[in-house]
Ligand binder design. Structure first.
Ligand code: ATP
Length: 247
């Protein structure tokens, strides 16, 4: 569903993405792990089209999207969520979801109210809210909801575009460990038509959702395998010294 071939990126002298290759099957839940500065966010930026690689190729559903702009990738079913806040604070949860759904279908009008007046948008909002446990918060203004709900909504915005593949950049960052596990179980329960690629900092959380784990270190894939293999890998224990022991 998503394939990365020999991707390479440098920022001046810093070699941030080194010959990265990945292959995600349809419906797969893949977690990218790696210590600070390993190149996880850069890889996401390359996949989403926010950065251009120096070499390598990206294929979505077999089609080469390496040179496709962000909007074109989105049209082809690639969505991403960000670590940073991308929500409209003054709008309600439903309006945020509605806007994402309407923009994705090309149905957005100049007046926001129109979005939620459209039955197909309302249906998407209802469905996404139910999947992400946001239904009780739909009418709340975003500025009034908790940090955890905001993070759920960030994922909701990506889901509302009805993508085939979602890239989630540390969806649980800043959330306490108990809520983070709940969040990951919620991600794990998303429909299998969706392929998920999740950057996660915490190995323990990765085990909640991952079918397969890829570990980046200094921009390079140093591990690609099943979660049980990751759990038993001496090399990964070294890379993650400390945080791994706590996992
Ligand atoms: N635009 C840029 N210009 C120069 N260097 C950059 C740029 N973006 C990232 N880097 C460097 O590339 C390396 C990888 O950064 P990146 O943010 O991709 O890592 P990460 O694995 O996502 O880290 P974290 O877990 O801290 O978010 C870092 O050394 C960073 O300083």
């Amino acid at each position: 569903m998503l394939e990365v071939r020999h991707l390479d990126k440098r920022f001046g002298p810093i070699h941030v993405t080194r010959d990265v290759s990945l292959r995600l099957e349809p419906g797969e839940r893949r977690v990218i792990l790696g210590p600070n500065g390993a190149g996880k966010t850069t890889l996401f930026n390359l996949l989403a089209g926010e950065l251009a690689p120096d070499a390598g190729a990206i294929l979505l559903g077999g089609r080469d999207i390496t040179a496709a702009p962000v909007a074109e990738r989105a049209r082809q079913g690639l969505a991403r969520s960000y670590q940073k806040n991308t929500l409209f604070d003054a709008l309600s949860v439903a309006e945020n979801l509605g806007l994402a759904a309407a923009v994705a279908t090309g149905a957005a009008r100049s007046i926001l109210r129109d979005c939620l007046a459209m039955p197909e948008v309302r249906e998407t909002v209802r469905e996404v809210a139910a999947r992400l446990h946001l239904s009780p918060h739909l009418d709340a203004t975003v500025s009034a909801v908790s940090y955890g709900v905001r993070r759920q909504l960030e994922v909701g915005l990506a889901l509302a575009t009805r993508p085939r593949v979602i890239l989630l950049d540390e969806p649980t960052s800043g959330i306490g460990p108990e809520m983070a596990h709940g969040f990951h179980h919620m991600l794990a329960s998303l429909p299998r038509e969706l392929t998920l690629l999740i950057v996660e900092h915490d190995m323990d959380l990765a085990f909640d959702v991952a079918d397969r784990i890829t570990v980046l270190n200094y921009g390079e894939v140093v591990f690609d395998g099943a979660p049980e293999e990751a759990r038993n890998s001496a090399m990964l224990k070294d890379i993650y010294l400390g945080s791994w022991e706590n996992a």
